[in-house]
Design a protein around this ligand. Structure first.
Ligand code: KIV
Length: 256
């Protein structure tokens, strides 16, 4: 059965951990879905595979193109698509237009927005009222890299309180789930206890209701990984070796 936003909330109530990963193309999406991943995020970390230094240059058109491919590869998982930088922050009208295009054109079931400051919370509330499922994202928000860097967030009492309040405000605005990125395990635990929607952690300790990682990190494809990522296999090495073997056989006329 296809995973729904309501199912994720039930899994939190049942204490069943939620498994999430990112995908940016049809092939990887199909593999993740076959492996039983519950939530597939077409994250703006896709910037990495497009060769961008940060998530900022990514456009809505690029996101739509990749999200359509991902959606075609998925039968069971819930597909959530990141709204790229400055495709939702300018105005409610802009956010509605971008989120609407994601749902209408890609077939994905939800969008994700970064931040929990008041203007974003208002936008989230209006999107939800319009019938668009929204996932929140607080803590380290990579679209604000030039303000906050890529450091762990919520280490002081003041910043921890701010992140907790943002998470509560987003829940009240109607998000069905929230990503907690690179915050202390204690803060993630506190937020997870306070909210009735599921928290999905990345670099946020073991107490979240689910975990997400960037798939290219998990598979060992990334040139560099964040400190909290776990590499489960080294596909970079495997691919380089396979290509070198092929090149050698072609040069020595052993293949075909
Ligand atoms: O873009 C992304 O992949 C994300 C995850 C890191 C949560 O937002």
């Amino acid at each position: 059965m296809a995973v729904t936003t309501q199912q994720l909330i039930q899994w939190k109530q049942q204490g069943r951990p939620i498994v999430a990963l990112t995908a940016w193309d049809y092939a990887i999406a199909q593999l993740l879905d076959t492996a039983g991943v519950d939530l597939i995020l077409v994250g703006d970390s896709m910037s990495v595979v497009l060769g961008y230094e940060t998530t900022l240059p990514l456009t809505l058109e690029e996101m739509l193109h990749h999200a359509k491919a991902v959606r075609r590869g998925v039968k069971r998982a819930l597909v959530v698509v990141d709204l790229p930088f400055l495709t939702y922050q300018e105005s409610l009208q802009q956010a509605m237009h971008s989120a609407g295009r994601v749902l209408k054109e890609t077939g994905a079931q939800a969008v994700k927005l970064e931040g929990g400051y008041p203007a974003i919370v208002d936008t989230v509330a209006r999107l939800v009222q319009a019938g668009i499922p929204v996932m929140g994202h607080v803590g380290l928000t990579p679209q604000s890299v030039h303000q906050v860097g890529l450091r762990q967030q919520g280490k002081t009492q003041e910043t921890a309180e701010r992140i907790l309040n943002e998470a509560i405000a987003l829940e009240q605005a109607g998000v069905f789930s929230i990503v907690l990125e690179h915050i202390t395990a204690d803060l993630a635990n506190l937020i997870t206890q306070k909210l009735s929607i599921p928290t999905i952690g990345i670099g946020a300790g073991t107490h979240c209701d689910g975990q997400v990682l960037v798939t290219s990190d998990v598979l060992g494809l990334s040139e560099k990984q964040p400190p909290f990522a776990k590499i489960y296999t080294n596909l970079r090495q495997t691919i380089i070796k396979a290509v070198q073997d092929y090149a050698l056989e072609v040069r020595e006329r052993k293949f075909p």
